[in-house]
Design a protein around this ligand. Structure first.
Ligand SMILES: [Zn+2]
Length: 698
């Protein structure tokens, strides 16, 4: 494949207003809007100011302002017509030229996917000529910035020049690395230079922020971890989707990133530089980079369900995921089975990932447009009631109020109360239950079950079935909904594009109809957590718990469930690998938490160790040295420096081991000696004995 990149000089400032108006007309906009833009762009003038100097006014009859919110949209519409003209001219030639064009506002790419260099050179020359001809009306192609690049998988691909002198361009000499939009492409598309560039950038960032971890006035360890994960890692992984997909060669890139992460882990926990990598990563709360990439990638693939149906990516996917888009000629749906099996491409991975999900999003659904949302119209008739704080006292008061409201609703003719609850069991069966109360008795119990949804979705389903019944089957004016998850309700009313869209739209529509029907109609949402043990809510809660698992056939997953599943499976994989791995350090000490469970690595909220040890840098360093066995003590010298003395200075141990130091040695205060392997007792010991396992002692 060969490409020629071209650039348009001063694109925004050179747009022709008459041509823009033609473009808007072709885009199908109505006359009013076109007239508005015509008048908006006529008789404009500009003045330049320099200190006290003010220039005379100049007439501005071309261009749109750079920086204006409208300009990108207008210039995109402008560009569409140019691309269309280009394609039309290519088609009208005597001989068909198989070339494509991609445009990123003022940067364009001419692409030829021929195997032979000679052929693609001719095609590119021809397309370049046509393009510069089209642009010559008002716009100027900046020949000096044009670049050529040939991509090929062979061992030593030739990198031939492209002579454009015959069409008024320069001779383009390809470079081994082509930088475009922040990506560094090499001929074989290994992206090694790209990864190297960004990893190096992050290493220098890490060097620069070293001071922030200063032991006397630096930031906390968990903050260091957060800083790395939010500010450093995203820059390093910029564009990783280009090289990280199934079966793509990625060992070298991963090695580079591992080195970078090692430096970050060293910075976060202040460990000894020879310490084993996996152990350090786990203590610092950083998931190994490969697992992290896999997680990001899978979640990224899932996001393709939420793109609008007009998005160009759709045309590359299999027909069932293409949202009625016509397949592009290189789309996977145009390939034979055999070709598909040989294909190595992220598009194939996306298809596989999408086959697991049920959801179809509609991000441009009119329901989400401003002015149509339920809260925009009825904010005063939808009320939320929750305790003032999470304290037991406030909760108690809240439940008492709830009791009064409930009894009032039961004694009033036009009131209905709905109590809902949802839950998910281990097998993935979700149960949603709603009880409809009227005149102090349950008039209806509804229950639905489904598979592979998250807890919030189960709650949302419960609210949905309860409300539907209350709205449709009674003529109440006031509906009181009692639920243990107000967040779920807010999802209905937020009406933003969210993963609950499919569940939200029908119920929000019903709420709207109900409130429109009569001005007296209101809905009140009351919070009632299970821990409050309010008897009526307990009934629902019990029904959810006691519901027999009667799942329908194993169905596909909801979007959120899939996301959660991916994250959980990678976390499990990490924990399993960690349990058996030697990379964490041969003498890695296993600790238990307060519940006497062996601590396993995690990545959320600073990981599993930092919350215990992350108070000061020195404590963390001491702890890490002890846990990894890389501390200046006899046991360590015995392994790595056999000529040095290995006994304890106290004289009671021939080999100074960690057990001896922590549990027997007289040099350290006996009052804080740990008696079990619970992490807190060791942290206590270390903070009482700052000299233990530290290098000052060595
Ligand atoms: Zn000793």
């Amino acid at each position: 494949m060969s490409i020629v990149a071209f650039d348009i000089v001063q694109f925004f400032a050179s747009l022709n207003h008459n041509f823009l108006s033609i473009c808007l007309k072709k885009a199908g906009l109505c006359t009013n809007i076109i007239n508005f833009f015509n008048s908006y762009y006529t008789s404009r003038s500009t003045t330049y100011a320099w200190n006290s100097f003010l220039s005379p006014s100049f007439l501005l009859n071309i261009g749109v302002e750079q920086g204006s919110a409208l300009s990108p949209i207008l210039s995109a519409i402008y560009m569409v017509l140019i691309i269309k003209t280009f394609k039309k001219r290519i088609k009208s030639l005597n001989k068909e030229i198989p070339s494509d064009i991609l445009s990123f506002v003022d940067n364009g790419l001419l692409i030829s996917q021929e195997k032979s260099y000679d052929l693609s050179s001719v095609f590119l020359l021809c397309s370049y000529n046509i393009m510069s001809n089209i642009l010559s009306v008002g716009l100027v192609m900046e020949h000096g910035k044009s670049k050529v690049m040939h991509f090929m998988r062979s061992q030593h691909p030739p990198n031939l020049s492209l002579d454009l002198t015959s069409v008024g361009g320069p001779i383009l000499h390809p470079k081994p690395i082509w930088r475009y939009l922040g990506f560094f492409f090499d001929q074989k598309l290994t992206l090694q230079h790209h990864v190297h560039y960004y990893a190096t950038k992050c290493l220098s960032t890490l060097n620069a922020i070293k001071l922030l971890g200063n032991s006397s006035c630096g930031i906390l360890l968990s903050q260091k971890c957060l800083l790395y994960r939010t500010c450093v890692l995203p820059i390093t992984l910029y564009g990783f989707q280009l090289w990280y997909f199934k079966s793509a060669p990625k060992v070298k890139n991963l090695t580079e990133l591992k080195k970078m992460q090692r430096r970050a882990a060293l910075w976060i926990i202040g460990a000894f530089c020879m310490s084993p990598m996996e152990g350090m990563e786990a203590i610092a709360g950083l998931i190994p980079i490969e697992l992290h990439l896999r997680k990001l990638n899978r979640c990224h693939y899932l996001q393709y369900t939420s793109i609008p149906s007009s998005h160009a990516i759709n045309s590359l996917l299999e027909i069932q995921y293409a949202k009625n888009h016509l397949p592009y000629r290189f789309s996977t749906s145009n390939l034979m089975d055999k070709q598909k099996s040989k294909l190595i491409s992220p598009v194939k991975d996306i298809n596989e990932q999408l086959s697991e999900i049920t959801e179809s999003f509609d991000p441009l659904h009119p329901f989400f447009s401003p002015g149509y949302r339920v809260v925009n119209h009825f904010s005063s008739r939808i009320m939320f009631h929750s305790p003032n704080s999470s304290s037991d006292k406030d909760l108690h008061e809240h439940i008492q109020k709830l009791n009064q409201v409930f009894h009032h609703s039961q004694s009033t003719l036009n009131d209905t109360a709905v109590i809902t609850d949802g839950g998910v069991k281990k097998l993935g069966v979700a149960t949603a239950v709603a009880h409809i109360w009227k005149d102090n008795s349950i008039v209806k119990r509804t229950q639905v079950q489904t598979m592979n949804v998250t807890y919030v979705e189960a709650e949302l389903m419960a609210i949905s079935i309860g409300l539907t019944h209350a709205i449709e089957c009674s003529d109440s004016h006031n509906i009181t909904v009692i639920t243990d998850l107000l967040v779920a309700v807010r999802k209905i009313l937020e009406s933003q594009v969210n993963p609950f869209q499919k569940l939200v739209i029908p119920i929000a529509n019903k709420i709207k109809t109900f409130l429109c029907k009569d001005e007296r109609n209101n809905i009140h949402f009351w919070y009632c957590p299970s821990k409050a043990e309010w008897p009526k809510h307990n009934l629902v809660n019990r029904q959810v718990k006691e519901a027999e698992d009667n799942p329908t056939l194993p169905s596909k997953n909801s979007f959120l469930f899939s996301k959660k599943k991916e994250c959980n499976s990678l976390l499990n994989e990490w924990q399993e690998l960690f349990a058996t791995s030697k990379g964490k350090g041969q003498s890695f000490l296993e600790f238990e938490d307060e519940k006497q469970k062996v601590i396993k690595p995690t990545y959320a909220k600073g990981g599993s160790w930092l919350p215990y040890i992350g108070f000061t840098n020195s404590l963390c360093t001491q702890f890490t040295c002890m846990t990894l066995g890389h501390a200046p003590i006899g046991e360590y010298c015995q392994r790595f420096f056999p000529n040095l003395p290995i006994g304890c200075p106290c004289g009671r141990a021939t080999v100074q081991t960690r057990e001896h130091i922590a549990m027997q040695c007289d040099w350290y205060s006996p009052s804080s000696r740990p008696r079990n392997i619970v992490i807190n007792s060791f942290v206590h010991f270390l903070s009482d004995n700052p000299a233990a396992f530290s290098f000052d002692n060595g």
